[in-house]
Design a protein around this ligand. Structure first.
Ligand SMILES: *[C@@H]1O[C@H](CO)[C@@H](O)[C@H](O)[C@H]1NC(C)=O
Ligand SMILES: *[C@@H]1O[C@H](CO)[C@@H](O)[C@H](O)[C@H]1NC(C)=O
Ligand SMILES: *[C@@H]1O[C@H](CO)[C@@H](O)[C@H](O)[C@H]1NC(C)=O
Length: 361
């Protein structure tokens, strides 16, 4: 991993001040919508990769299951959220970074036959505190190897500078030895979507983009336009699902007039809307353009809803117990090779760690 480079500049300060000014001048909550105008088209680079609604319905269940704090039921795939379309899933490893309150897992799914990597979103007591903080996230790190690509240090290091990355790469290699070279689906909701993005980019660069698909639900923006463009090239098989007025995809704000000094989504957004007639819910998924900031998709609404953030495709995407970073481990984990505690990280794994050292990470 190339060392991170801090790049706080005058323009960055300007960005923060502009945000402050707009927040002060605008009526409460309207800041995001008020500044989201204009367009920035990007070259089409997803090679015709298309949205598969059936697949999205399956993968959202993994993004939900990773919120489970009872790690035993998660390991044995018997948790209340481990049902439905995910039947037959085999867990390989669960990683819980207690200090940073992060949780992820790697396993193998029968349908679609693939490796699934799932990241949990924030477990903070108040989702709205976490969302408010998103306004102020700065583009403060240059993405390694991409001189103009800037990202937020917090999201970046939550994947790159924790045990998560190391364990995920190791588990994928182990799974490939046992199950053959299956394709990889990376999923995540909210902040977990931000981590999933960095993971998918990492894996694509490392092992080839044809092996990696990414789907995120209600993720925030993670980088600037140059980063988004780089991302589109490297991870063309990406779907970024947004839902009605979910506030999080509107954050950190996109200021189109700030050039490279603004956050900018990567493609391709799919915007879900619901119409309820009687007691029938009809879901309309709009497949957006490849700009990343399609003005007719979620950007066409104010986007102030937290409730819309916590449910996608009718599936709950939040912790079963809010508050502290809880987890529970029962006594019946004998089927698993290892339970390790390393530097504030709990690792529950099906294979013996020391026998599978990471190859050239
Ligand atoms: C969509 O995904 C489902 C579930 O993985 C799969 O069975 C189906 O073949 C896919 N459809 C297309 C058109 O790729
Ligand atoms: C990585 O994490 C360690 C421990 O949490 C911290 O001390 C260090 O500053 C971090 N490095 C970067 C580049 O974020
Ligand atoms: C779905 O949404 C698009 C874009 O808002 C709209 O043009 C279309 O008419 C909608 N379809 C249905 C069935 O509501």
């Amino acid at each position: 991993m190339a060392p991170l480079r801090r790049a706080a500049t005058a323009a960055e300060v300007l960005l923060a001040l502009t945000g402050l000014l707009l927040l002060v001048l605008s009526p409460a909550g309207a800041a995001t919508a008020a500044v989201e105008g204009g367009e920035l088209r990007m070259k089409q680079s997803d090679g015709g990769y298309s949205y598969n609604s059936t697949l999205a319905h399956v993968l959202v269940e993994y993004a939900s299951a990773v919120y489970t704090s009872d790690l035993t039921s998660l390991l044995t795939w018997t948790c209340p959220r481990c049902e439905g379309h995910t039947k037959g899933f085999e867990m390989i490893e669960i990683i819980v970074d207690i200090e940073k309150c992060l949780q992820a897992f790697v396993g193998v799914a029968p349908d679609p036959q693939s490796i699934i990597i799932a990241f949990r979103g924030t477990q903070e007591h108040s989702a709205s505190n976490w969302i408010e903080d998103l306004f102020w996230k700065q583009l403060d790190v240059t993405y390694p190897g991409m001189p103009n690509a800037m990202v937020h240090h917090g999201f970046y290091s939550a994947y790159y500078n924790t045990t998560l990355r190391h364990e995920i790469l190791k588990s994928v290699q182990w799974a490939w030895k046992i199950y053959g070279r299956l394709p990889i689906n990376v999923v995540g909701h909210s902040m977990g979507g931000a981590l999933a993005s960095f993971c998918a980019l990492d894996l694509s660069v490392k092992w080839g983009s044809h092996k990696v698909q990414l789907i995120t639900f209600g993720q925030p923006r993670v980088g600037n336009p140059a980063f988004a463009e780089y991302f589109n090239e490297q991870v063309p098989r990406t779907i970024r699902v947004t839902h009605e007025n979910d506030i999080v995809p509107h954050l950190p704000p996109y200021f189109y007039y700030l050039g490279e000094w603004t956050y900018h989504h990567f493609a391709r957004e799919v915007w879900l809307r619901e119409t309820i007639v009687g007691n029938v819910v009809t879901r309309n998924a709009t497949v957006c353009d490849c700009s990343g900031e399609d003005p007719i998709c979620s950007r066409s609404v104010y986007g102030r809803s937290v409730a819309d953030h916590l449910e996608y495709y009718g599936v709950n995407l939040h912790a079963d117990s809010r508050g502290t970073c809880q987890f529970v481990i029962g006594a019946s984990n004998s089927a698993y090779g290892d339970i390790l505690q390393v530097d504030g990280t709990i690792i529950l794994s099906r294979y013996l760690q020391e026998r599978y050292p990471v190859e050239s990470i």
